[in-house]
Ligand binder design. Structure first.
Ligand SMILES: [Zn+2]
Length: 475
């Protein structure tokens, strides 16, 4: 048997999204002429960002052999149907939890894209005649059979020299840290990291040996308060006692489930009265079904004591499926807690509830997640006197408050603690998925506290991937 000399060029990594911003996660890794994409997310938020979804893809999507997904949030998987529309036919590797949730998220996204295109057609605001959606339900249908679920903790072949291993990230059901290797160099992608105290999920798995790390920095310059269910009850109880309703805008995937577990615990312990808890989000209810199925059957990223925890959901839970039920719930018969999406109140059924509840002083609107600049949620938290709903300004007379500990994202200390689980310093640590100030702050802490080379890359920047120990450049 002859051994050919190794002429392989070093692998390289290109930051196609989530560089200098929190959305659009897409990391292209190339080795030995093979292309693998880690995450394939939509840009969301400001118009300039959303416009980037319409730009050309920098390589021929037909040549991308596989996409590895860290998790099912739209900013990590929402561009996949567009990639399929442009010719991608490779495999999509992810956990079973991610596959089940991504199907829900992508079908909903396609429906919204189609609605936007129809709206643009009526308004004449698109440069396309007739206006086209970014992708359609048919693209999602074509894409779904390409999903290939892989178990946690198992090394699997991806394409060419690439192999991958997924480990729990503790962020949402199925979320993974991705360890990608081409046999010569390994790179670890954090995806979105959870906190240690998620009521259903194990904390993020330790990193171990790796040559490079790509880490998120959503809250890279912030610290979350400690878990405090009693504090949550103290905010909600007086509102119910004065005859008001509590509206909680919540992300459909995972935040709604955490909230239901916490509210269920508070009602069971008597810290909150037995009031109806209305969940008004079709996507959240579909995700709830997936959580219930996985909790009943068990999954490797669940806490052992959480299996069977679906019984923790409040006994007073009411699932609103039809839009007629949704409209009725804007004026509940008795003091109630309404949980509705979207989490930043930028769209979805929650806007109807806001329009109905904001003018009444007895009510409370409780924000529990990240509020991106420019969203209705950020305006409310910022103390706006009125917010626009359906083209009309609505006065903000209701109480508006915020709870920080329900975040499903690691804060800066959590990220640092996770990075310390690497067996040795990586050659470089790339800080992504944050507003520029957050990424810069986290990169500075990583250099100061761990002594690592930490960089917040620019969008579309490409870097070589080299083994951590081979011929390091002088510091
Ligand atoms: Zn996420």
């Amino acid at each position: 048997m002859t051994h050919e000399p190794n002429h392989r060029l070093p692998a390289n990594l290109t930051f196609l999204g989530a560089a200098g911003t929190v959305t659009g996660s897409k990391f292209l890794v190339e080795s030995d002429d093979h292309l693998v994409l880690v995450d394939c997310g939509l840009f969301q938020g400001r118009r300039e960002l959303r416009r980037r979804n319409w730009a050309g893809f920098p390589v021929n999507p037909a040549e991308v052999e596989a996409v590895v997904l860290t998790h099912a949030h739209l900013d990590h998987c929402g561009y996949l149907p567009a990639l399929y529309r442009k010719g991608f036919r490779g495999r999509v590797l992810c956990t079973e939890g991610t596959r089940a949730l991504a199907e829900i998220v992508l079908r909903d996204s396609a429906r919204l894209q189609e609605e936007d295109a129809r709206w643009a057609a009526r308004q004449g605001t698109s440069k396309h005649r007739p206006p086209k959606p970014l992708y359609a339900t048919s693209d999602v249908e074509g894409l779904l059979p390409l999903f290939a679920p892989v178990p946690f903790g198992t090394q699997v072949d991806v394409a060419g020299p690439f192999g991958v291993r997924l480990e729990p990230a503790g962020h949402i059901l199925g979320s993974s840290v991705v360890h990608l290797s081409d046999g010569e160099v390994s790179v670890t992608f954090s995806g979105d990291l959870g906190r240690g105290h998620h009521p259903l999920l194990r904390p993020p798995a330790p990193i171990g040996p790796t040559d490079a790390i790509v880490v998120e920095s959503t809250y890279g310059d912030r610290a979350h308060p400690e878990r405090d269910p009693g504090g949550l009850a103290d905010k909600i109880r007086p509102v119910l006692e004065r005859g008001g309703n509590v509206l909680i805008p919540a992300f459909a995937i995972d935040r709604t489930e955490i909230l239901l577990v916490e509210l269920g615990g508070l009602i069971a312990s008597g810290a909150l009265p037995q009031v109806p808890v209305l969940v008004d989000s079709p996507m959240a209810l579909r995700a709830l079904t997936v959580y219930r199925r996985m909790l009943a059957s068990g999954a490797d990223d669940l806490r052992p004591d959480a299996v069977g925890a679906h019984r923790l959901y409040p006994p007073t839970l009411e699932e609103l499926t039809t839009s007629a039920e949704s409209m009725l719930a804007t004026r509940p018969r008795s003091p109630s807690i309404v949980v509705s999406a979207s989490g930043m109140a930028s769209g979805g059924r929650v806007v109807h509830h806001l329009a109905a509840m904001l003018p009444d002083r007895r009510n409370l609107v409780l924000m529990v997640g990240y509020q991106a600049p420019g969203t209705r949620g950020a305006d409310l938290v910022g103390g706006a006197q009125a917010v626009k709903c359906f083209g009309e300004y609505v006065p903000v007379r209701a109480e508006v408050d915020q709870v920080g500990w329900l975040s499903v994202h690691a804060d800066a200390d959590d990220v640092l603690a996770w990075l310390r689980t690497a067996s040795a310093p990586p050659r470089a640590c790339y800080v992504v998925h944050g507003e520029p100030e957050s990424s810069a702050a986290l990169a500075a802490r990583i250099s100061d506290e761990l002594g690592w080379l930490a960089i917040a890359p620019r969008e579309d920047e490409r870097v070589l991937l080299l083994p951590a120990e081979a011929g390091r450049p002088p510091r």
